[in-house]
Design a protein around this ligand. Structure first.
Ligand SMILES: [Zn+2]
Ligand SMILES: [Zn+2]
Length: 383
């Protein structure tokens, strides 16, 4: 017999209570007094600050150690993140690391296999009290330990900041409705969408070994966390939207903090590895469809796809190795203070010429792959 579900009453009341309050109070306030500028600005500022603290702090910094941050940044992320009311950074990171390690299995704290709403928020309401696991590194950080002990109090203080502006402007109720209640609900559900919608809707360009999806629609409302297929493949990368045209406001903010020296040591997967993973998935999908074609058509097509893939992989690897070697050489010359020397200019010109050759080879290999892929797709259109 299935075990009866036990509920965590505090979490149930908090999650459903804040949502019910927002659903009643927001339309009432809008109808009664409209939306004032300061209410809208305070709501947006708090939503962005707390959401980014979850994305850049709880998630990318504490759960994945995707970069290093100085004390003031860690302190700020811990204080703002507490106002999300999603537990302490330590507990959040523990659950999240288990999610990555056991994604889609019974050990995953929020597997999508149990349904959208379970992964979205009912898992938070269940009385499971998962123990802390795999966070010994974080437990060494005194700031993390301090936040773990007092996260509710810290969160309450930070979440109440809009009330101060409400008092100063003589509009306490409006700032309570938009700056506190609505903000808490929006913060909750934008985080929850990553566990639910980003495991259900979207594309899987890098891997189909798990249910995580890239969803560009989710990215702007989740501070860049919508590219979840990329994230599950390279969870230690400080970016989620790794391509230049993908929305990732957390990455942009971290870049700015990096320029002023407050954060650093960003971890990034090389672009060539991303391209190789994407190619692997494209080929895999074409091969799966080629099973439907007759062997006479499918076999030569498969051979052509495989041959052009090998060529493309080799060209990508060659360019990547060249760039790595160049990076090392440049660092070495810089360390020796030779970057401005005449000989350096010659080395640079020589490297540029050889990189151009590699780029041309890569271009030709891409064209060959594209032609093979298009031919396979055209053939499959008649199968
Ligand atoms: Zn996930
Ligand atoms: Zn993650």
């Amino acid at each position: 017999m299935a075990e009866a579900r036990r509920w965590n009453l505090l979490n149930v009341l908090f999650l459903t209570g804040t949502l019910a309050l927002a659903l009643v109070l927001v339309p009432w306030r809008l109808a009664a007094s409209g939306l004032r500028w300061s209410e809208a600005l305070v709501f947006l500022a708090m939503t962005f600050a707390v959401g980014t603290a979850i994305s850049g702090g709880y998630h990318r910094l504490f759960s994945h150690r995707a970069y290093r941050a100085t004390g003031p940044v860690r302190f700020l992320f811990l204080c703002l993140g507490a106002a999300a009311f999603e537990n302490s950074a330590l507990k959040w990171a523990s659950d999240h690391r288990v999610h990555h390690q056991h994604v889609d299995t019974e050990e995953d704290p929020y597997p999508i296999g149990r349904g959208f709403w379970s992964a979205h928020w009912t898992w938070v309401m269940e009385d499971k009290s998962l123990p802390l696991a795999g966070v010994a590194d974080l437990e060494k950080d005194p700031l993390v330990r301090w936040q773990h002990r007092h996260h509710f109090l810290i969160g309450a203080v930070v979440a109440s900041l809009p009330l101060g502006i409400g008092l100063a402007t003589g509009d306490l109720l409006g700032h309570l409705v938009f700056g506190v209640v609505l903000r808490i609900v929006v913060t909750h559900h934008t985080t929850f969408f990553i566990n639910s919608a980003a495991h259900m809707f979207g594309s899987r360009p890098y891997t189909d070994a798990n249910t995580a999806r890239d969803n560009w629609l989710l990215a702007p409302i989740t501070y860049g966390e919508g590219y979840h297929n990329f994230h599950h493949q390279w969870q230690w990368d400080y970016r989620n939207g790794a391509l230049w045209y993908q929305w990732d406001s957390t990455k942009w903010l971290l870049n700015v903090l990096g320029w002023v020296g407050l954060v650093g040591q960003f971890r990034r997967v090389p672009g060539s590895a991303m391209t190789r993973a994407r190619l692997h998935m494209e080929e895999k999908r074409l091969r799966e469809r080629l099973v439907l074609a007759s062997p006479g058509i499918a076999n030569p097509m498969r051979d052509r796809l495989a041959a052009s893939r090998v060529k493309l992989d080799a060209a990508l690897a060659a360019l990547h190795d060249r760039q790595e070697a160049w990076g090392r050489k440049r660092a070495d010359w810089r360390a020796r203070g030779l970057a401005k020397a005449e000989a350096w200019r010659e080395v640079k010109a020589e490297w540029r010429a050889s990189a151009d050759v590699h780029r041309e080879e890569l271009k030709a290999a891409w064209a060959e792959w594209k032609a093979a892929r298009l031919e396979a797709q055209a053939t499959l259109a008649y199968v």
